[in-house]
Design a protein. Structure first.
Length: 266
């Protein structure tokens, strides 16, 4: 019941509708520009790289902002307090919020991808690799979880919006800039280790790293990362990758449960 209600509210949101339009427009523009401007060039890798960059830039931003404000709005408006009067546990609330948000953003992505594939039928040469679709799903799963945790921590929609932008800036910009700055004053082997750590603690780079690994394009990372890419290209590496990804999904939800439990005690 909660899932259905939350899904209807999110799909009726003008924010979500604008996200769907923006995603469809951006990805369609990429297809048209690359297919019409460079029709004789092999486009599979180029298109997928463009899709991946845009996806990892825009999708986390919208998931964090919309998802966190949804949860914070429930707390701020008293809707969550009202729900607690019903026979509903914290786990059920979090699960309902998570599933509804995932389904809403999945619908947005499906619409965008559907338009791309339909357009590809006219232009030719447009394909979406299976691993790209899987990483898109993982991106939604991870950042919806993070958005719920941010919203539970913020408790107000304005604070949730601000905090979401901070996290988005850290993941997309600040960590990379910090590594570049550190690289000017430390030895190369130290920078290499810091970069590997940054890949694991930054979900955006973790997903990008997974794309390189699972598409057998790890060579683009250079010889400095040969050992780590070889490890993650093995069976054990795949298991570790799945485990770390699950940790990114589950940990924020557990943290959200603790935050809401603490709020109930107050």
């Amino acid at each position: 019941m909660l899932i259905k209600l939350e899904l209807k509210q999110m799909l009726r949101s003008r924010w979500m509708q604008l996200v769907g339009i923006l995603f469809t427009f951006v990805f369609t523009a990429i297809v048209v520009i690359q297919q019409m401007a460079l029709p004789d060039v092999e486009g599979f890798t180029r298109q997928t790289a463009s899709f991946l960059n845009v996806l990892l830039f825009l999708l986390p931003l919208f998931i964090l902002t919309i998802g966190s404000m949804s949860v914070a709005g429930d707390v701020e408006s008293g809707w969550f307090s009202l729900l607690k009067t019903y026979p509903m546990t914290r786990t059920q609330y979090i699960a309902g919020k998570y599933i509804a948000s995932v389904l809403a953003f999945l619908l947005v992505v499906v619409v965008a991808f559907g338009v791309i594939l339909a357009l590809g039928g006219f232009l030719g040469g447009v394909r979406l690799p299976f691993i790209f679709i899987i990483l898109t799903l993982l991106c939604i799963f991870i950042f919806v979880s993070l958005a719920i945790a941010v919203g539970a921590f913020a408790k107000t929609r304005l604070f949730a919006l601000s905090l979401s932008l901070v996290f988005w800036s850290i993941f997309l910009l600040l960590i990379s800039y910090a590594l570049m700055a550190i690289g000017t004053v430390v030895a190369g082997h130290i920078l290499q280790k810091l970069t590997i750590i940054a890949i694991h603690i930054n979900p955006v780079e973790w997903l990008r790293f997974g794309y390189f690994i699972f598409t057998n394009q790890a060579s683009v990372l250079g010889p400095a990362f040969y050992k780590v890419t070889q490890f993650y290209s093995s069976s054990l590496g795949y298991v570790i990758y799945v485990a770390v990804t699950l940790l990114w999904i589950i940990s924020p939800l557990v943290y959200t449960s603790l935050l809401l439990k603490k709020g109930e005690r107050r």
